[in-house]
Design a protein around this ligand. Sequence first.
Ligand SMILES: [Zn+2]
Length: 349
Amino acid sequence: MIIQWWVMSNHPWTKTALDIRIWAEELEDFVPFEVFDVHTHLHDWSHYKEPSKSHGPYASTIGRHFPRATRAIADAVDASLMPGRKVDRLSFPYPYPQPVDVSSANSLIATEMADAPASAGLMLVQPDMTTGQIRKTLRQTGMIGLKPYLVYARKSTPANARITDFLPEPQIALADELGLIIMMHLSKRDAVADPDNIRDILILTERYPNAKWILAHCARSYSAWAIEAAASALRGLPNVWYDTSTVCEADALDALYTGIGVDRVMYGSDDLIGPMRGKYIAFGRAWSLLHADNQSLSLGHCEPGMTFIRYEQLRAMKRGARQIGLTQQERKSLFHDTARALIDSVPRG
Ligand SMILES: [Zn+2]
């Protein structure tokens, strides 16, 4: 019998006394029984074909902690971090930079989702793929949408890409024709506050009304200022939703709930980022992951441990809602019902 490494080992999602306390005292009463996670990466490090990857920027994070993420591992993480919850998920590959074996990455999603009818998958797309290729993969795998990513941008650097630099318009037109979901991680230094991004979202969502956009990471607003600037322009768009994955600042969630509306917001984990320890922090007009190995803060005066990024995100989702005050039904919708309805609205077949 093959016993997987993560069953045998003291795995990264084993809870410490600090984690147990935060869950019990702050989060257990907030997370409902039924959860739909709209942002789960399932992947295999072997699909990343860069010869020097063991010295590259991904080596110390997913390369080291989660070289393989299957549905069983994602489920084990959820069972540990959010015990007793029933979790379904929208999964897609981790968008490793080129060179990446896209075909194997998409096959992994199809295989992992094949026996999970309540969950669904998105395919990794690159701008040079033809709509014929995409259509064929969707038909063969049953995946219900597209996962583009800025590292594949043409004509611009990843940090300064417009949406159509990495998701060309013919691919958006296909999403419109088939009613697909697009998982969009916006680029640019000002993220959703960038005027090009706002203009492009308005034009593209109007021109292709049947494509269903999820703007990841609160539209990449890790603090309040970006979504505050964009909310009045984007509020009320019927085909745009937002996920909360890895946003750990309560003011960002508050700005999203109040500026856009909590009915457009869905829980996402960005796993397997969530079970890593640390926090995405924001300052000035910047944000970054703070973790044990990239800081030397003096912490002798307090409990120095770090908890899961997931728990910092859930804290922010909870405290960001203080101003609006969530009803029980709104909490259910935030964690499950809105996502369920969105997934079920995509024609399958
Ligand atoms: Zn992600």
